[in-house]
Each structure stands twice: as structure tokens, then as C-alpha cells.
Design a protein around this ligand. Structure first.
Ligand SMILES: [Zn+2]
Length: 258
């Protein structure tokens, strides 16, 4: 107990508040710090254990793997792990942030926990004089299917598979992802966004608000996707900090829970 440093207590309290939004009840922040830290830290190991890739997937007779922790903030969706075609988050809301387009659209939505986090990210950007806009958030299975089919018909299936997700394999279906761009990048979703002032700010600051740049530079072999400096994924402040500072992919980080 005495080995707890102030820093570890604070970061463990952060974990508690991150988890409070998901599977855990809020932990009391007053009273004695050490019991709170211990409880949060064992809950956190349990949380990672429960969300380990090997424990959160079921494979059918045709070999199709479907994820089982659909509503977890660390749900792992990739080319090997599908969301069910029927999955739609229950708590989608439109965050109060600037978008690159006007009018209402399902793609303005995110899950509640991610929406309030992205509002904080945009407020911080504004404070730093960074002008970014949200381009695309939630996407249903059906919408993803039409995007992939269109890309495949234009570029061929192999190229489409590197740059867009197959239906059921998009993080946008989780409601935890948002594509972000800037006027300096023409509100386009291009790798050049990563070299703009705004793209650099996003890379340096996203983790403070619970987001990771999900498909990093030089991580193509690990994620299956080209570098996407515009695509942020909510995982919670503590985990985003760990993934970012250790330059990991979400896949690598979650493997630790096994
Ligand atoms: Zn995206």
C-alpha cells in the first residue's frame, strides 16, 4: 500500500472515472485515497482481462468471427473481428461540435461517452487556436456496405480493402470513432491532414480526451489499414494515454489482458 505514489493514485482515480462511464459504478473520490486506488486498480485488471481479444469473440461454422463485447469502450473491431450486421449502439447522440457539413445526418452521431469526450477535445482545440471540424462519426452496417461496394467497384477489391472497411468491420459502426479534418486539408480525409498544423495538434492531444489515432503511421501491418491521421477512436483517457505514450496499436494493448 505504501508504495503507491501520488501519480499512481491519480492515474488510478482516472481509471475509475473512465470505467464509471462503462461497466463500473462510480468510485467515491473522497475518503481515503488508497482503498479507492486499490479497488480501481483491481477492477481495471479485471476489465482488461474481460475484454481480452481471445475472450471477446465467437467463431461460427463458416469461420466468421464476431465480437461479443459490443458495447464495451474497448471493443476491438478489425479485419478479423466483425460486429453483427444488426448491431446499433443504443445511446447515440449528436455531439455539440462543428461539422464540415450542415444539416442533420446519422453520421453526426457518437455514443454518449465518446460524444462528451469529443466535445472536450474540440473545446481544447478552439482554445489553442486550432480550427478542426468533424466529418464522419457513426455509420450503420448498411451504410458501410454501400461505401465498401462503391470503393471496390471503382478501385478494385484489394485496394478498397486497405482503405475502407468491409461491412461489420468498421469502427464507425461502434459509435466510438470520428473522422476529423480541417480547412487546410480541404476537409478531406487524406494523409496530408497529418502534416497540417491541425493534424499535428490532433496527434499530440487526442489522448488527453480519451482518443487514439487508431491507424498509425508504420502500423499498417498491425492494423491492416493505411495511416489515417484523421480517424480517432474513443477508448477512455487512461488507456488512450498508455497506447499513445507506448506507441501501441489497440490490438497490441488489449493482448496484454489475456
Ligand atoms: Zn474513420
Amino acid at each position: 500500500m505504501s508504495s503507491f505514489t501520488r501519480k499512481s493514485i491519480i492515474s488510478t482515480m482516472l481509471i475509475g472515472s473512465v470505467l464509471a462511464g462503462t461497466a463500473f459504478t462510480a468510485l467515491p473520490m473522497n475518503h481515503s485515497l488508497i482503498p479507492v486506488a486499490s479497488a480501481a486498480s483491481s477492477s481495471f485488471s479485471q476489465f482488461l482481462h474481460d475484454n481480452a481479444p481471445s475472450r471477446t469473440v465467437t467463431t461460427n461454422s463458416k469461420g466468421v468471427a464476431t465480437v461479443t463485447n459490443l458495447s464495451s469502450t474497448v471493443v476491438l473491431v478489425n479485419k478479423k473481428r466483425n460486429l453483427p450486421s444488426t448491431y446499433e449502439p443504443k445511446d447515440l447522440v449528436v455531439p455539440n461540435i462543428p461539422f464540415s457539413f450542415s444539416g442533420s445526418s446519422p453520421k453526426k452521431q457518437m455514443r454518449k461517452v465518446a460524444a462528451s469526450a469529443i466535445e472536450k477535445l474540440f473545446a481544447a482545440a478552439k482554445k489553442d487556436g486550432i480550427d478542426i471540424k468533424a466529418v464522419s462519426g457513426y455509420r450503420s452496417y448498411a451504410t458501410q456496405k454501400s461505401i465498401f461496394d462503391r470503393n471496390a467497384s471503382i478501385k478494385g477489391e484489394a485496394v478498397a480493402n486497405k482503405t475502407s472497411a468491409r461491412p461489420g468491420q468498421s469502427e464507425h459502426q461502434t459509435g466510438l470513432a470520428m473522422d476529423i479534418s480541417s480547412a487546410s486539408a480541404g476537409y478531406d480525409l487524406q494523409q496530408s491532414f497529418g502534416n497540417t498544423k491541425e493534424g499535428r495538434w490532433l496527434k499530440a492531444n487526442a489522448h488527453k480526451y480519451g482518443f487514439i489515432i487508431r491507424y498509425g503511421k508504420d502500423q499498417e501491418k498491425l492494423t491492416g489499414y493505411s495511416y489515417e491521421p484523421w480517424h480517432v477512436r474513443y477508448v477512455g483517457v487512461y488507456i488512450a494515454g498508455e497506447i499513445t505514450s507506448q506507441k501501441l496499436t489497440l490490438e497490441q494493448y488489449l493482448e496484454r489482458g489475456k
